[in-house]
Design a binder for this molecule. Structure first.
Ligand code: GLA
Length: 366
């Protein structure tokens, strides 16, 4: 019998490049999904297919990385074999998706989580929510080779309708934050650029942030405040100083955003989004000309509270917090200016905070 599972993409309201630095994040799952169908085949082979791509097929006992989309799925099978010595006896898996790839909306975590949730249910593995997101992250770290933090896999599992999630990645404590947007809306502008350096640069940012901490003689960013940074500027050198400055200031912005959201002050939240973008651009250096251009265009416009790049960066998407009444105008202007400047048709859509991964009917509207 074929069964169907979805896992959502995510936005991140604020808290970028903080999850692997023992910091705070505030993501939300969105109503764009990976939809996976799964059926046991009993022949010991795993068949993967996805929307017109070259299908991939292999013996369940021999899992090898091939450097393509199938690695995210293979990584999950690999981790479950390692952790649980799981045997599935072969299966056919097909993927469909409404989640753009390389857009900074975490389509890779959605793929991983859709599969681990499906296997957990179909094979009755009895994994807890914590194991689901931790194993999915481990698969990405150790099989795919991207040293990502926990934010994306966590959100794909734990997302809730109309809520963002405040997560302390050190203690792994979280709290759902109501996102009652009223007259406001969240728009995603997909720059359609994905700079190929992104994987390597992501891992090297991670190393730089670690090195900055070492120079400071601390073992966690939770022991570092602005007051510790300023006097150590000379000793740290400009690059490491700026990397640490982003982490420490971004954590402060997440905490501030929590307060602001509790009284629905979206104008002030918007200001923090802009500050976050500037810090990501100047200090952490993970933005690019295209995403900077989108944010610069947006921040001049009536009805925009704020905007910033989301996800790993080096392309991808910009999240904007806008007044609903101005939405049409805002989208039109950004589209036109972006096309004039880069000769690329940008994609833009409204996103709604949504539930995490789950089983669905075959007719699930993607
Ligand atoms: C990617 C990673 C996350 C996080 C963000 C940056 O999406 O998968 O763990 O580090 O980049 O905030």
């Amino acid at each position: 019998m074929k069964r169907y599972f979805v896992a959502p993409g995510r936005i991140n309201i604020i808290g970028e490049h903080t999850d692997y630095n023992e910091g705070f994040v505030m993501p939300a799952a969105i109503d764009k999904y990976v939809l996976l169908s799964i059926e046991k085949n009993g022949n010991g082979r795993i068949h993967l297919s996805s929307m017109g791509r070259e299908p991939v097929s292999f013996e369940e006992s021999v899992i090898e990385k091939t450097g393509d989309w199938s690695d995210y799925l293979k990584g999950i099978i690999w981790i479950l074999k390692n952790k649980l010595d799981a045997k599935f006896g072969g299966m056919d898996i097909d993927i469909r998706s409404s989640l753009p790839e390389g857009a900074g909306l975490s389509s890779s975590a959605a793929l991983e989580v859709a599969l681990i949730v499906a296997l957990n249910s179909v094979f009755d593995l009895k994994l807890s929510e914590t194991q689901l997101y931790n194993y999915a992250q481990e698969a990405e770290n150790d099989f795919v080779g991207v040293k990502c933090g926990i934010m994306d896999q966590f959100t794909a599992v734990m997302g809730r309708r109309n809520k963002a999630i405040f997560l302390d990645t050190l203690k792994m404590q979280y709290e759902y934050v109501p996102l009652e947007l009223g007259n406001y809306t969240l728009l995603v502008f997909d720059s359609k650029v994905h700079h190929s350096l992104s994987r390597g640069a992501y891992n090297s940012r991670r190393e730089e942030a670690r090195k900055a901490l070492e120079i400071l003689g601390r073992s966690s960013y939770r022991e570092v405040s602005m007051v510790d940074l300023f006097p150590n500027r000379g000793k740290m050198g400009d690059l490491y100083y700026r990397r640490a400055l982003h982490v420490v200031s971004e954590n402060m912005r997440v905490l501030e955003s929590m307060k602001i959201l509790s009284n629905s002050n979206f104008e002030n939240l918007g200001r923090l989004l802009i500050q976050s973008h500037e810090s990501l651009a100047l200090d952490y250096e993970v933005t690019c000309e295209e995403t900077d251009f989108i944010v610069d265009t947006l921040r001049e416009m009536k009805g925009v509270s704020g905007a910033r790049m989301i996800g790993a960066g080096f392309g991808g998407s910009v999240l904007a917090l806008c007044e609903k009444t101005e939405e049409k105008k805002i989208v039109e202007v950004v589209k036109t200016r972006y096309k004039e400047k880069f000769a690329i048709d940008i994609d833009c859509y409204e996103v709604r905070p949504s539930d995490g991964a789950r089983e669905v009917e075959a007719s699930f509207p993607l």
